[in-house]
Design a protein around this ligand. Structure first.
Ligand code: UTP
Length: 474
């Protein structure tokens, strides 16, 4: 204990012991356990580079930045030899049990303002299914289609793990085999105030926050989830985020391109909807694939067009990847600085106890959280592949309570997708100019998870359901 105290004092963080002597034995032990997890050298480095640094730009030489190459989406995937080949290879890998699904669900979802883990949020228009249920049914549907067990790894945080596991238990794992759902908690980082001091959120508790979605690499290794995947003979994982119910989790084309490209980490890109859309940009910098966030890329670059008037930096990153198990192991277990994902700074409102020991809930950001981003692994990946996806079948996240990327826009996009699938089967529904039907409809992933499967299942139905508000096809 004395040794720990001295180390914290030497590092200028001795204030975390301010109330120590007044704590009972259990509380003292809990605090010491928390403090043992803090890497003081790392914290000092982060304070220097992210808290006190004068220069807060991303340090990118924009004149060297070029758009990243990607494999464009053909008008008809199966009629294109390259895409058809990828599908064949991908289906073979899925069928032989090489692919697991992987959702990162450890975020705090503060923008949505939902008082539970985001995966519990009810997102579908008719049945009000939760995000977790939608994903579970997509995985179950693929598992049935390919006749294979598809493990699903769910990354949670210390804040939302218990509520997440309980939700799966209460819902009998949505029909999945419990043994195929593997939870693990991501790592934690101490949060500091604007002066770089660790925040006390109780007299015997320091503020520790999840280490960002990039924490999934070391989290997978440390928790044993990766060892379990290796034990089961898995070779790659389909990575997605908890807020996007449109995600095509088990996509044989994507898996096939990843395998054919001998890629460590592959990505889907969606053409930006407009120049200043708030997504990351796939770029090349010094021969390496890099995602440059919208907040780091000056508007003049975001708006640049080529000789045909097309956006030059058009490839938007939507956090959909395939990662090789070996690559996760390399980055997640390495201690070499060149294999480590960098940390980023996020200013947050972090509850703290004031000088008189009273808990305060700040109205504006008072502290700093350190996070890693998964896309920072791309420059370290061998042969990274990017394929284009069609936004309407891939991406509509629930981020904000209202406006853009909200439950309302997401419901509209789900309905538009299903209206397109129905139209492909010859059933036309009235829609607005954006293809969004006026009535509520819903198609269960267990009926079909993509347009081609929908048309086949629809055609196989003896009695077709009547098209009406509240239609649910299961
Ligand atoms: P976001 O960047 O949307 O962050 O996460 P968030 O914490 O969920 O939401 P806000 O910013 O507070 O509103 C994108 C994805 O990364 C996961 C989230 O759960 C989501 O799937 N994530 C984020 C983690 O798993 N861990 C983290 O530490 C941060």
């Amino acid at each position: 204990m004395q040794d720990l105290r001295e180390r914290f004092e030497k590092a200028g963080q001795g204030h975390v012991f301010k109330y120590f002597d007044a704590l009972d034995k259990g509380e003292q032990e809990a605090l010491l356990n928390q403090l043992k997890m803090v890497d003081l050298d790392e914290l000092e480095r982060l304070n220097k580079t992210l808290v006190f640094a004068k220069n807060t730009d991303a340090g990118i030489d924009f004149s060297k930045l070029a758009p990243a190459p990607y494999i464009p989406l053909p008008p008809e995937k199966d009629a294109d030899a390259q895409w058809a080949k990828a599908k064949e290879v991908g289906e073979e890998a899925i069928r032989s049990g090489k692919l697991a699904a992987f959702v990162v669900a450890g975020g705090q979802g503060t923008r949505l303002g939902f008082n539970a883990p985001k995966g519990l949020y009810k997102v579908t228009p008719v049945k009000q299914k939760s995000l977790f249920q939608v994903f579970a049914e997509k995985i179950l549907s693929a598992s049935r289609k390919y006749g294979v067990r598809i493990p699903w790894i769910v990354m949670t945080s210390h804040i939302n793990n218990a509520a997440t596991v309980e939700f799966f238990e209460e819902n009998a794992y949505f029909g999945l085999d419990k043994d195929d759902v593997i939870f693990f908690k991501q790592g934690l980082m101490p949060a500091v105030d604007l002066g770089g001091k660790i925040i006390l959120e109780g007299k015997g508790k320091i503020a520790m926050t999840p280490d960002g979605h990039g924490g999934c690499l070391r989290g997978m290794v440390r928790s044993g989830a990766l060892a379990e995947l290796k034990r089961r003979g898995l070779e790659c994982v389909s990575y997605f985020q908890v807020d996007n119910p449109l995600v095509n989790i088990i996509d044989p084309y994507f898996v096939g391109f990843h395998i054919l490209g001998k890629s460590d980490m592959s990505s889907k890109m969606i053409p930006k909807a407009y120049a200043l859309e708030k997504v990351g940009h796939f770029c090349m910098l010094d021969g390496k694939l890099t995602v440059v966030e919208y907040s780091d890329l000056p508007a003049q670059y975001q708006e640049q067009v080529d000789e045909n008037g097309k956006l030059k930096f058009i490839a938007g990153s939507v956090a959909i990847h395939i990662l090789d198990v070996g690559f996760i192991e390399r980055l997640g277990s390495s201690t070499k600085p060149e294999d480590r994902l960098p940390f980023h700074r996020a200013n947050k409102k972090i509850p703290f106890i004031d000088d008189s020991g009273v808990l305060q809930k700040p109205e504006k950001p008072n502290g700093i959280k350190f996070e890693m981003f998964v896309f920072d692994a791309l420059p370290m990946a061998a042969n990274p592949v990017i394929i284009e996806g069609f936004r309407g079948d891939e991406f509509s996240p629930v981020k904000n309570a209202e406006g853009l990327d909200s439950p309302a826009t997401c419901k509209a996009h789900q309905k538009a997708q299903w209206a397109r699938w129905l139209a492909a089967a010859g059933v036309n529904i009235d829609t607005d100019k954006d293809g969004i039907p006026g009535i509520d409809i819903e198609i269960s992933p267990l009926f079909a998870s993509n347009q081609a499967d929908f048309v086949a299942s629809w055609n196989a139905l003896g009695q077709k359901p009547e098209i009406r508000n509240g239609l649910y096809i299961a």
